[in-house]
Structure formats: structure tokens, C-alpha cells
Design a protein around this ligand. Structure first.
Ligand SMILES: [Zn+2]
Ligand SMILES: [Zn+2]
Ligand SMILES: [Zn+2]
Ligand SMILES: [Zn+2]
Length: 350
């Protein structure tokens, strides 16, 4: 993520809704694509950077879970919020905060996809949409809920479902510890699930890419997904999973291997983009994969040590083995082939 400037000279951050120095309202401008200070003008707002006339996204104006704007005469919801198929029940205490955290992570995801020039649309070839849903309410009820009632975080035909329990930091940390995961974050969930979306959109129907996929990740029909899932939860991952996979979960099935590898690729691309934007690193954001990995490892080593100094989880916990590097190179090839109009094309800032 890059930083932005208020017209008063203060630094603005991606999630800001207010400038802490001058008190101006702040939002993502639908016209100049940046976080900008907004001036009130009659019944609308004006961008202080590009002078465009703007309205607040309906989820910003009435729900305060968004910080984007829309152009007058267009849709009431911004480019991120319009992807929502189901949003949390606002009658349940705490759901507004959870929804706001989910939207913040989703905006960060969409920003990265736009930076990479990757296609995503509600009316695309594979229509993208999101459902943020909770389990049945009541103390401990979700544990007793039947299979059909439970909300599973996952992807199906372009619909990404996230259980809003994941937006509760204490619950999420408990699940992370229970599952023995190095990280469990909202942005991580989005990066994983969008990987499944791009497999459907970019790989599934492309014979050459599908052949490359099977060679590296394995045949997704053998064993079928359901069989692999049952086996994973009954037997656990193979002891030597780390030699071939980025995570234990990735060893479950080729589709999960792909989604986990894709998520790591988005981690790497986003970290390098941020590092370059902040002036911590020079050069192009994305070059060839070995160069990207060398720079990510350098950054990861430093940030791991800094995090350990503060008693925090490792910043970059994944050990990238040779086979994982080959899989990342395949993801890089898919992204490079599909990315249009992002920095892969022209190196320019969005
Ligand atoms: Zn300001
Ligand atoms: Zn603007
Ligand atoms: Zn919005
Ligand atoms: Zn998955």
C-alpha cells in the first residue's frame, strides 16, 4: 500500500476517513483513484486533489464500513461494496465492527488486484461476489449447529464466503492456535479465496495452463476434492509436506495448493509494492520471479527480526522450497499473462 497526502500536507493512510491534522473528511476518490481530503459542497463532496464532484458510497454515508466515493449519477455503492451479495445482520451487536474490518481487508485486496491489472467484476466471465455471513447466534450455538447451518469460509463459482467470526481478533487467534498456523488474518483469507476465483477464471478453461497446472500441482480430479478433504482431516498432512508445499493445508488437494501459493504470491507482490512506494527499495515492483523472491527474502529476514524484537509473530514465516518456487513461477506466469493496465504493463502508479 502507498501513502497519500492531504491538501494540508499531512500524511493520509488507506483506511482513513478523517485527516487528524486539519479535520477534513477523507475518502478514496472515484475519479483520481487515491485517498484524498474532501470538501463539502452543497449536497455532495469535492475532491481536493482532482476537483471531481463526488458522493460518499452508501456504505460510507450510512453504515461507516467503507471510505470510498462514487461519481454522481452512477451506482450508490462503490466498486468494492458493489461486489457484496450478503452482508452481516446489523441487528446483531458487534457485527458492524466485524463488517468494517472485512471491508477494509477487501478494499486492500481489490487495490492489489487493480495494481496487478487482474480482471475482477460482478458481471465478468466468472462473476465475482462476496458473502459475509455469521453462524447461528447464541452462546456456543455455532459449535452445536448442523453441517447445513454452519457458514464455511470458501469459494464457489465466483462467490467468496467469509464467516464473520474471522473478523473477531480473539476468535481468529484461537482458531490459528488450534490449527497450528503461522498466520491467520483477514487479508490472508481474501488472498487465498481469490486464488480459487482466478483458477476458475484463468486456468480451468485454458488447456495449456491447465496442463502446466497438473504437472506442478497434481491432477485435481484424482483424488476428487471431497475424498482429499476427508483424508486430510482424518490423517493430517504428510510428514514431509514442507518440502513441496507452502503450508500444511496446501498439501490437502491441488486446488488448495494453488490457492495457498497464489496467496503467498499476492503477499510478496503487495509487500514489494509497499516497500517500493515507501522508498525502502528501489527498482521495478515486479521483475522476474527469482529477483522478486531475493528481495522479499531480504525484506522478510529484516522484518522477522524486528517482529521478534517486539515479541510478535514472524512477518514472513513461509520457507520457500524449490518446488514451491516453481509453483510461484507458474502463478507469476498466469498473473503476467492476465494483468492488463496495472504496473506489470507500465510500471506507473495507479
Ligand atoms: Zn489534512
Ligand atoms: Zn480526486
Ligand atoms: Zn463502498
Ligand atoms: Zn481454499
Amino acid at each position: 500500500m502507498r501513502l497519500f497526502d492531504c491538501c494540508c500536507g499531512n500524511t493520509l493512510y488507506f483506511d482513513n476517513t478523517l485527516c487528524t491534522a486539519c479535520g477534513r473528511k477523507v475518502g478514496w476518490c472515484a475519479a483520481c483513484h487515491g485517498v484524498q481530503a474532501l470538501e463539502p459542497e452543497g449536497d455532495h463532496w469535492r475532491c481536493t486533489a482532482c476537483a471531481a464532484e463526488l458522493l460518499l458510497c452508501a456504505n460510507y454515508a450510512s453504515e461507516e464500513v467503507c471510505n470510498r466515493t462514487v461519481l454522481p449519477g452512477g451506482a450508490a455503492l462503490c466498486d468494492c461494496c458493489e461486489l457484496n451479495a450478503t452482508v452481516p445482520d446489523m441487528n446483531v451487536a458487534g457485527n458492524r465492527e466485524k463488517w468494517a474490518r472485512l471491508e477494509a481487508a477487501k478494499r486492500r485486496l481489490i487495490f492489489a488486484l487493480d495494481r496487478l491489472g487482474l480482471p475482477h467484476a460482478r458481471d465478468g466471465v466468472v462473476p465475482l461476489s462476496f458473502a459475509f455471513m455469521g453462524d447461528p447466534e447464541g452462546e456456543g450455538l455455532w459449535r452445536a449447529a448442523g453441517e447445513a447451518e454452519r457458514v464455511y469460509t470458501g469459494h464457489a463459482e465466483g462467490l467468496i464466503t467469509i464467516n464473520i467470526r474471522e473478523a473477531d481478533p480473539a476468535e481468529r487467534e484461537q482458531i490459528r492456535v488450534d490449527m497450528g498456523e503461522a498466520h491467520r488474518t483477514l487479508i490472508g483469507h481474501f488472498r487465498h479465496e481469490i486464488g480459487h476465483y482466478y483458477w476458475d477464471l484463468l486456468v480451468r478453461d485454458d488447456p495449456a495452463l491447465l496442463e502446466g497446472f497438473v504437472a506442478l500441482f497434481g491432477d485435481p480430479q484424482d483424488p476428487p476434492y471431497g475424498v482429499a478433504l476427508e483424508r486430510h482431516y482424518a490423517e493430517g498432512p504428510p510428514a514431509d509436506w514442507a518440502e513441496r508445499h507452502v503450508s500444511a493445508y496446501a498439501s490437502m488437494h491441488p486446488w488448495e495448493d494453488w490457492a495457498e501459493t497464489w496467496a503467498l504470491y499476492l503477499d510478496i507482490a503487495s509487500v514489494l509494492d509497499t516497500a517500493v512506494s515507501l522508498g525502502l527499495m528501489s527498482g521495478a515492483v515486479l521483475g522476474d520471479l527469482p529477483d522478486m523472491l531475493a528481495r522479499y527474502r531480504r525484506m522478510g529476514r529484516a522484518l522477522n527480526e524486528l517482529n521478534r524484537e517486539m515479541g510478535l509473530l514472524d512477518f514472513a514465516p513461509a520457507v520457500i522450497s524449490g518446488p514451491v518456487e516453481e509453483k510461484l513461477a507458474f502463478v507469476h506466469r498466469v498473473v503476467s499473462g492476465a494483468g492488463r493496465g496495472g504496473f506489470l504493463d507500465n510500471g506507473a502508479a495507479l
